[in-house]
Design a protein around this ligand. Structure first.
Ligand SMILES: NC(=O)c1ccc[n+]([C@@H]2O[C@H](COP(=O)([O-])OP(=O)(O)OC[C@H]3O[C@@H](n4cnc5c(N)ncnc54)[C@H](O)[C@@H]3O)[C@@H](O)[C@H]2O)c1
Length: 333
């Protein structure tokens, strides 16, 4: 039966509903479903425009996973953190699988940052060397905060968290808020990265600065902000994994997409003349379709583009939980 109302879930509603959801498990299930070709994941639409000297953008990301269809719209304005506001904001809309009618509208950025940190946690589980003693976070914004929330409780051997931001006051403020005595604020990205077992850039840079020589043998670099490693890291890492080859290749704004287009790097099933190939997708490791790490000294680079199915898998559970807890506001169609 078509519903007469649409449920709206604000950020506090989403946060409350997420309390009883295993975010990492939900995202891992979505990645595994993707590897089994049980998902629909069209290309994203990118809208960019200029305002007061800043480039603003809106991404529309549709998808279908586990009987849940919908779209995530996530916008970014690099000027907002300077005003004390989050850079990213957005909405996810869920559709009824039978009627195609929108059923639920959710604030998107909380789910987005947590699902992204969950991808790092999954990569650490299946591609890291354990025990993991040192974590390096480059950038101290919303994504760094989500990583600090999700990762340390999952890494029992963690002794040190090195944090670096171009703006030292942001790193200091995050360290103070996190109140974890394992956090050291560093003076350079190199200082944060040397000796780290897990390296996670969460910056807004568009030009690379991470050298291959900074990464210790056995380390795992989860390239969340996508443009931080120099091309040499993509070419020299012992293994290179992505979340979805097609989406990575479709985006010519990011370094790996450009290297795929120029043939410096090839896709697993379309190698062309490239000497360096992507070794596979993260979901394929979860389903046992590909090998992950095969030697403790391998330096592994994971380039997770970020998939709508990860947001939708979580949004679906948040919706269910919100109905149970009677959260949100019903809007008339
Ligand atoms: N791959 C994915 O799935 C995914 C998902 C969500 C966000 N992201 C990306 O994560 C990044 C971080 O997002 P956010 O919301 O935390 O941004 P934010 O603006 O809240 O924080 C970014 C921080 O990085 C710092 N920074 C910028 N350049 C730097 C550099 N070269 N070295 C050190 N610090 C630097 C800034 O000072 C800022 O504090 C963005 O690039 C975003 O696009 C990726």
């Amino acid at each position: 039966m078509p519903a007469e109302t649409i449920l709206y879930l604000s950020e506090p509603d989403v946060t409350r509903a997420l309390e009883s959801i295993d975010v990492v498990e939900a995202v891992a299930a979505a990645l595994a479903a993707h590897a089994r070709r049980e998902t629909v994941l069209p290309e994203e639409a990118h809208l960019r425009w200029e305002n007061a000297g800043q480039t603003l953008r809106s991404l529309s990301m549709p998808g279908l996973v586990d009987g849940c269809a919908g779209v995530k719209i996530i916008n970014a304005n690099p000027g907002l953190p300077g005003l004390g506001l989050p850079r990213a904001s957005g909405l996810t809309v869920l559709f009824d699988i039978e009627t195609a009618q929108p059923t639920c509208i959710l604030e998107a950025s909380r789910i987005s940052s947590l699902r992204t940190a969950a991808v790092t946690a999954i990569a650490a589980d299946v591609l890291g060397t354990h025990p993991m003693n040192r974590l390096a976070l480059i950038g101290a914004g919303a994504l760094a905060r989500a990583h600090l929330e999700l990762l340390p409780p999952r890494l029992p051997a963690l002794r040190e968290i090195r944090l670096y931001d171009l703006e030292p006051q942001r790193a200091n403020a995050l360290a103070e808020d996190a109140a974890d005595n394992r956090i050291t604020v560093c003076e350079s990205a190199e200082q944060a990265i040397e000796d780290a077992d897990l390296v996670v850039p969460v910056t807004t840079t568009t030009s690379g600065y991470i050298h291959h020589g900074w990464l210790k043998p056995g380390s795992l670099l989860v390239n969340i902000s996508l443009d931080d490693p120099l091309p040499e890291v993509f070419l020299r890492a012992d293994k290179l994994f992505v979340d979805d080859c097609t989406l990575v290749a479709a985006d010519g704004h990011r370094i790996l997409g450009r290297m795929l287009r120029t043939g410096q790097i090839g896709r697993p099933n379309h190698p062309g003349d490239s000497k360096r190939l992507i070794d596979g997708e993260l979901g394929e490791i979860l389903t046992g379709g590909r090998d992950g790490r095969t030697h403790p000294d391998e330096i592994i680079l994971v380039n997770p583009f970020g998939l709508a199915i990860e947001d939708l898998a979580l949004a679906r559970q948040v919706h269910q939980q919100a109905v149970e807890l009677e959260l949100g506001v019903h809007l008339r169609r």
